[in-house]
Write a protein that binds this ligand. Structure first.
Ligand code: NAI
Length: 327
């Protein structure tokens, strides 16, 4: 039995994400929770002839949706409009994520929790603090989904260097998930026929950091990335299920996690001084199998990580202090 719950399943990300997850043969039960339209989306998806069962759960049925969950994916909350930063979403999304995390603590304390709702840099600390308070916190099981930055990195690189095969090569992205906290490690590209000038690296890095703004602007008030995010969310969920359900070894994804208590995180705690950071993580049966140490960075990347650390400090404190009083 592998039950995956999507919270915010009727939204712009939730619907295509649920569609992609319905195609996974690793999932036996797909439970769709939303405060609006969940039963309708569930009825629609349930006609697809893959083996998983689909159920829909409205706002009074969070307990039923979360019960026995193996994995909970959270794209619930409001998206950005033109001119907004991800941090502007905190006011609304912080309490949505807190309430869902409280539900997880109560009804599925051992589930993997994948946080998509922005600002990820702050919502992941909110989830962790809720679980700590409820005494069910396991840092290996909570993930901030930053996969869209990884997906964008390889797509944008391929656009300027066609020799780079975007779906077969992964670029590590470290830091966090907003603007300057997104640091793609372009120095780590090993493909011999792909080389970048310093100017190309600068332009590409900026495009990856602010790629989300391209979509927000093009959608002109109708929201932010949904389809590419659904693809990225499904990819991360599938990797986690491959590692945890099927026992596949050596699967690595970049993701934003609580460092303390996670295997292998000591080096990155020492390098960043932070409690939360995105980097490559090897996935395993219990979630995080190993946090991989930052590789040797170029001088520009070191400077970018320094800026990211400065911003992340504030983002993390904002999330933590939403749940606990910081003296
Ligand atoms: P949307 O507004 O289309 O959908 C959000 C859904 O959440 C709606 O169906 C709404 O009814 C539901 N919802 C609201 N409160 C809820 C609650 N308490 N419980 C359950 N469901 C609830 O928004 P969209 O475009 O799907 O974006 C969702 C979130 O994902 C936003 O915060 C957005 O910023 C974030 N996002 C994250 C990305 C990432 O890379 N991590 C990329 C793109 C968006």
């Amino acid at each position: 039995m592998v039950k995956v719950v999507v919270c915010g399943a009727a939204g712009g990300i939730g619907q295509p994400l649920s569609l992609l997850l319905k195609q996974s043969d690793l999932i036996t039960h797909l439970a769709l929770y939303d405060i609006v339209n969940a039963p309708g989306v569930a009825a629609d998806l349930s006609h697809i002839n893959t083996l998983s069962r689909v159920t829909g759960h409205g706002k009074d049925s969070l307990a039923e949706a979360l019960k026995d969950a193996h994995t909970v994916v959270i794209p619930a909350g409001v998206p950005r409009k033109p001119g907004m930063t991800r941090d502007d979403l905190f006011k609304v999304n912080a309490s949505i994520v807190r309430d869902l995390a409280e539900g997880c603590a109560q009804y599925c304390p051992k589930a993997f929790i994948l946080v998509i709702s922005n600002p990820v840099n702050s919502t992941v600390p909110i989830v962790c603090e809720v679980l700590k308070k409820a005494r069910v916190f396991d840092p290996r099981r909570i993930f901030g989904v930053t996969t869209l930055d990884v997906v964008r990195s390889s797509t944008f690189l391929h656009q300027i260097k066609p020799a780079f095969v975007p779906h077969a090569n992964r670029i590590t992205v470290v830091g966090g998930h907003s603007g300057a906290t997104i640091v793609p490690l372009l120095s780590q590209i090993t493909q011999k026929d792909v080389s970048l000038t310093p100017e190309e690296i600068k332009t590409l890095t900026h495009r990856i950091q602010f790629g989300g703004d391209e979509v927000v602007k093009a959608k002109d008030g109708a929201g932010s990335a949904t389809l590419s995010m659904a693809y990225a969310g499904a990819r991360f969920t599938t990797s986690l299920l491959e590692a945890s359900v099927r026992g596949r070894k050596g699967l690595v994804e970049s993701t934003y996690v609580h460092l303390g208590g996670n295997p292998g995180a000591e080096a990155n705690i020492a390098a960043t001084g932070l409690a939360y950071f995105a980097q490559d993580v090897e996935l395993g049966p219990e979630g995080v199998a190993k946090v991989l140490a930052l590789p040797k960075l170029s001088a520009e990347e070191q400077a970018q990580v320094k800026i990211a650390i400065g911003e992340l400090k504030g983002n993390i404190a904002k999330g933590v202090s939403f749940i606990v009083d910081i003296p």
